[in-house]
Write a protein that binds this ligand. Structure first.
Ligand code: PMP
Ligand code: GLN
Length: 378
């Protein structure tokens, strides 16, 4: 039967994780922690279940969680989103991205995507009937080409998607970058979709430049985050979207017929847990230690690490080792070294090769050391 997405296969993350399992390799491919979350978080969810929070919550999310999100966002970004009509709890960031795109983008609308880009954006735009317009970042510095970004805007542009801290490159936007984006969209009807799932993973004393901090942009933006990333529970699939009331109305029209709502006990448990700022204040230092350990080890290999300002991903140039294309090199690395990675080509629409792969360092020290041992032999 006719496919709506004829060019889409299985996501690279599932493919590489399956291969890693099959070959018993250390999985530094798909981005997820291999360590446990805080037991207090598990207790909070178990308590919510025992307290009887086991039926449908409100469509927009449990009030307790939306209030906790509002308080946190106000405390860290200085902007008040109203829990009743500006915050919606989603089935992970993935659902937030999909519902935001489906509610805002129609047939023939152009959506500017900065690539390398997270793999859900393009198929979702296609499902909406939209036309992706790609602006490319290039290795090794992946600087944002603002002139190309401004030049990509046409009267048909409906949305610009940004992602900071950026998966896969680990680069982050500075406040002046956000300012330049504001200049580009001023006097247009363009909606911004800001994917900020790695908001707490920024290093070397830098701050996360959330679109929520920028009043003018926030007034036309969906800001997306994920508790899976923030609290080391990617399998729980709970995230949220912040958006002004007019956008939230449209967002919920899709959300209610997509998932309707998200599991109750996780929402209540997270709401009670995240009230303590200590549950996220230490995250930059926590991940920076892992980044530093991993980078220090890489220096003793033939992989050349690229800059990493944020996220839990480290990109490396492997040209000193091999001239195989990225995807083939990743297969070779699993088979020969027993370590899984992700090819950067998977994040470009044309699958271009730049001799760069991505490792995830959201792993225990033991895992990172074991992986480094193997990489030293390559
Ligand atoms: N956006 C980016 C940039 C990601 O890396 C991910 C991966 N987790 C997601 C969105 C999806 O997040 P979630 O698992 O909460 O759906
Ligand atoms: N965001 C994760 C990554 O980039 C994977 C999420 C997924 O498997 N869809 O590795």
């Amino acid at each position: 039967f006719p496919s709506r997405l004829p060019k889409v296969g299985t996501t690279i993350f599932s493919v590489m994780s399956a291969l890693a399992t099959e070959k018993n390799a250390i999985n530094l491919g798909q981005g997820f922690p291999d360590f446990a979350c805080d037991p207090k978080l598990v207790d909070a969810v178990a308590q919510a279940m025992r307290d009887g929070h086991n039926q449908y919550p409100p469509m927009a999310g449990a009030a307790l969680l939306r209030e906790a999100i509002a308080d946190k966002v106000r405390a860290i970004y200085g902007r008040t989103y109203h829990p009743v009509n500006e915050i919606t709890v989603t089935a992970g960031a993935t659902e937030a991205l999909l519902s935001a795109i489906l509610c805002a983008v129609g047939a023939g609308d152009e959506v500017i995507v900065i690539e390398p880009s997270y793999d859900s954006y393009l198929p979702t735009i296609e499902l909406a009937g939209g036309v992706p317009v790609l602006v490319s970042l290039a290795a090794p510095d992946y600087a944002i080409p603002f002139e190309a970004l401004a030049a990509a805007v046409t009267p048909r542009t409906r949305m610009i998607i940004i992602n900071t801290p950026h998966n896969p490159t680990g680069r982050i936007w500075q406040p002046e970058d956000i300012e330049r984006l504001a200049d580009i969209v001023r006097d247009t009807n363009i909606v911004v979709l800001s994917d900020e799932v790695y908001e707490h993973m920024v290093f070397d004393g830098r701050a996360h430049a959330s679109v929520a901090r920028h009043p003018e942009l926030a007034a036309r933006s969906f800001v997306v985050s994920s508790f899976g990333k923030t609290h080391h529970v990617t399998g729980w699939k709970v995230g949220y979207v912040l958006a002004p009331a007019a956008l939230t109305i449209e967002f919920r029209k899709v959300h209610q017929f997509n998932v309707f709502t998200v599991n109750t006990p996780m929402q209540i448990g997270i709401a009670n847990y995240m009230r303590d700022p200590a549950t996220y204040h230490g995250l930059p230092a926590f991940y920076q230690r892992k980044r530093d350990l991993f980078r220090a080890g890489l220096v003793r290999t033939r992989f050349a690490p690229l800059p990493c300002e944020g996220t839990f991903f480290q990109c490396v140039d492997y040209s000193a080792i091999s001239d195989l294309p990225e995807a083939e090199f990743c297969r070779w690395l699993i088979n020969e070294a027993g370590v899984a990675a992700i090819p950067l080509s998977a994040f470009y629409r044309d699958g271009r090769d730049s001799g760069v792969i991505r490792f995830c360092f959201a792993k225990s020290e033991t895992t990172l050391q074991a992986a480094l041992e193997k990489l030293m032999g390559v």
